[in-house]
Design a protein around this ligand. Sequence first.
Ligand SMILES: Cc1cc2nc3c(=O)[nH]c(=O)nc-3n(C[C@H](O)[C@H](O)[C@H](O)COP(=O)(O)OP(=O)(O)OC[C@H]3O[C@@H](n4cnc5c(N)ncnc54)[C@H](O)[C@@H]3O)c2cc1C
Length: 606
Amino acid sequence: MQSSRSHPLMKSGNCARTIGQRAARKPAAERQTVKAADAASQGLPCAAAGRPVKWNREADVVVIGAGGAGLPAAIVAREAGAEVVVVEAAFDIGGHAITSGGHIPLGGGTSAQKKAGIQDSPDLLFQDLTDWSVVQPNGFPDYRYNDRQIIRAFADNSASVFEWLVAHGVVFIDKGPDRFGGMSVGNSCVREMHAAAMDWPWVQTGRPVDPAIRAITPTGNGLMRPLEAAARKAGVRILLEHRMESIYRESTEGGRVLGIAADHKGAKLNIMARKAVIIATGGSTGNVNFRRMFDPRLTEEYCGLAGMPWSDQDASGEIAAMAIGASLWGLYNQTGEFGSNVTKPGTVGCQYNYRNLRWFPGSPVFHLARATGLFVADWQDLILVNMIGKRFYDECADQYSANNAGEIDPYAPCSYLNARNVTYDPPNFINAALAGIGDGENGGGPIWAIFDADAVAREEWNPAPPEVDMERGFFFSAPTLRDLAAGIVMKYQRVPMPPENLEGTVARYNSFVDQGKDTDFGKPAPRHRIARPPFYAAWATPVVHDTRAGLRINAKCQVQDVSGVVIPGLYCGGESSGGFGQHGLARAICQGYIAGKHAAVETWSS
Ligand SMILES: Cc1cc2nc3c(=O)[nH]c(=O)nc-3n(C[C@H](O)[C@H](O)[C@H](O)COP(=O)(O)OP(=O)(O)OC[C@H]3O[C@@H](n4cnc5c(N)ncnc54)[C@H](O)[C@@H]3O)c2cc1C
């Protein structure tokens, strides 16, 4: 994740009855197949045991997802001699990785680190990413719950993966590693390298960046488009708009994985994997019920998932694997309050309001994003209220932090001194925003940014489409606060905002401005009264971002069942895998690389 201010874009089962009845007329072996295929056709997460009636395609390795983990997995497997098919649910490759900032913390002694005179090694990287003693100011440890085998594999492969990216066309900004964009990447030394935008069009704008800055602007396009080119050149078959719906295994109790069932615009097809299937589906934060297994507060209104609407994280990989026996792993990493699992928004007035991603009218997905959002340069310019018009926290406050190079200073690896020296200072913006209105319902409900015409002038906002989304109810304006509150009607506003609450909240806030002191939430010297009509309410609800817990894997990225037994022929990497609490690209690319290598050499006797 990059810093918000410096990103250039910031500126401008029941497979049950009917299926069972239909299947009953068929022979036993075929029955299981029918059950799975019908479940897939209904989009149900159902176990797919046995062979389908017909395989429509086959390959040695089938990779699910053409994102940060999937494309590296596909290229590595192909270059090891395997025939590879990638199925991608979206209309284009890239996943969240292509929407990313392109900041990639690969270390352990890369050529870039050596050139810059930075001392690093696989052992140091391993030690950093398993250091129990590193805690954030809110007391949450980044690294303590990482799976040692998974981290060892990452540490041992990290430097090679960096060189591999360079060899496969990724151009990194020509300067030494730094700490920009890092999150839980280790305290000992800098490791972040940045993929340069080069000539690839940004998915956010539909245009390449200005040639004058193409080599110094970091983007995920600069990572994923070269990898796409490398994959196609190597002969990887990429099937776009092919959504995996289930995974075939010889039986749900045992046996190897045989292939997948996919949907292509309503047509069903089965793809046989002669060697292995690799799940690289990018996690689960877009699936409300799945994510609520980790955090019950994350109900439907958290609909501004970072990376959407380019691609979804719908837990389909996890669900399909669990249906054939796979286990989840490392669940603390999803709920631990560090990093960016849930984030404070960076823009207001649009659904997709992640702080480091804005969609502009030239983007191929702008019709889905619908608005660019108003970038908030100064949170003094507004107040944030909950569904019933009450403030809940200091608007200027930020959220959880994550450890990065040099943040603990002095740092004594694995020493009690690190935790002892931390000054407790909990950044609880997110918790307050998710707290709700005390009515016994889960979920905090929408959060609204309330401001006036003077704020619009100060921020130089244009409070109209395509900057804001009025049509779907993510932005409202009115001549009075009373009318504004009464007018907030949209899908996620499950109770009306009492107008007298909003009037009272603004009057009280204005009195804090007059006194120069916020006695309710400690906002530092509130600066601007909210007084000049028209008044505005803009969507400012927190954003769900990372998946950091997922399928149980081992050091080879093989998926395991609840007993720790490997499910033969099934691999996983990236955000759909568990056991590694680091944000982002490095683990995804590295695990794709590891999975591709091992999947390519699988051999089966039949
Ligand atoms: C805006 C943004 C900025 C970021 N910036 C950074 C950064 O600078 N540095 C960093 O380290 N990390 C960053 N990240 C995080 C990083 O992009 C992700 O962690 C990484 O892309 C995860 O890789 P993945 O392969 O697991 O998932 P993805 O890259 O999301 O790829 C998953 C792919 O699987 C596809 N898929 C899903 N389900 C199916 C299915 N059933 N069938 C077929 N295909 C399916 C999806 O459509 C998608 O293309 C950022 C993320 C976002 C959203």
